[in-house]
Ligand binder design. Structure first.
Ligand code: ZN
Length: 273
């Protein structure tokens, strides 16, 4: 079986210091947190920016500081979110792609989020995909529902994405597809041959979905963006969530990929220098 790629999503758009003191918000905090996680076995860092008030932000300088810090201090693959919670227009979501991270997230359809509709109309999805293609950024397709897999396949058919696809199945978010082994298996079966996938279980689904993915040959995303708790009533630190996946993978006989091995699995060019 392929080595296991662990992605850490340390921040997201939602949790604040009131929810957990462990969520990194400033670029310095995010970089320091990711350094720990990468040393523990994460090979992709999935980034959102927050402004000085802690609110989700589209500001270029914040993303720039995180990308520069991570590139200087870790060998990790940097993956920028193009999610719309911080600002929903095309330019607001696309400007940060100018930093040319190795990867960026791309949600291929609309879905109900707990706080409202997460709108990803087709013209916006295609414009983001085209921008990534032009800049040589590999998209991670964010899949909240089965129809979004088809959305990703359609991008390839239209020449707006290059196969093989890499999909992240986000399961267990209220309003979207529930986290179950059956749903995960169904999504995996929809993928074209040669695709790679990872899973983000939301909340208490994070651990069981991670275990499923390790066994099924998929990859795993953990972090406070998706789940604040290590166990019932016990707040997690990102590095603890990464370490737990590393231990589980070890017990189950699945070696963990280094960032360089993750690049090879995902078809990304080796990092220069
Ligand atoms: Zn995200």
């Amino acid at each position: 079986m392929e080595k296991l790629i662990i992605t850490v999503a340390p921040t997201g758009s939602v949790p604040g210091k009131r929810d957990t003191p462990h969520v990194p918000l400033t670029p310095d905090e995010v970089v320091a947190d990711c350094q720990e996680c990468v040393a523990a076995g994460a090979s992709i860092c999935h980034l959102h920016a927050r402004d000085e008030s802690g609110a989700a932000s589209t500001r270029y300088d914040l993303f720039e500081a995180m990308v520069a810090g991570l590139t200087a201090h870790t060998p990790a693959i940097v993956q920028i979110s193009t999610g719309g919670r911080a600002g929903s227009g095309l330019e607001e979501r696309a400007e940060r792609l100018g930093l040319r991270p190795e990867m960026a997230s791309l949600t291929t359809g609309s879905v109900n989020f707990p706080e409202g509709v997460y709108l990803n109309p087709r013209d916006l999805v295609e414009a983001l995909a085209e921008r990534m293609l032009q800049l040589g950024i590999k998209p991670e397709m964010e899949i909240f529902d089965a129809s979004m897999v088809q959305g990703a396949i359609d991008l390839v058919a239209r020449g707006l994405a290059v196969p093989p696809l890499h999909c992240n199945f986000v399961l267990g978010l209220r309003g979207a597809l529930p986290a179950s082994a059956k749903n995960l298996l169904h999504l995996v079966e929809l993928l074209p041959a040669g695709s790679t996938w990872t899973v983000s279980g939301i909340g208490r689904a994070q651990l069981p979905m991670a275990a499923q993915a390790i066994l099924m040959g998929g990859h795993v995303r953990v972090g406070l963006e998706d789940n604040l708790y290590y166990a019932k009533g016990v707040l997690a630190r990102n590095v603890e969530l990464v370490r737990r996946v590393v231990r589980l993978a070890g017990e189950l006989g699945r070696p963990v990929a280094t960032p360089e091995e993750a690049r090879e699995i995902l078809g990304l060019p080796a990092r220069a220098g």
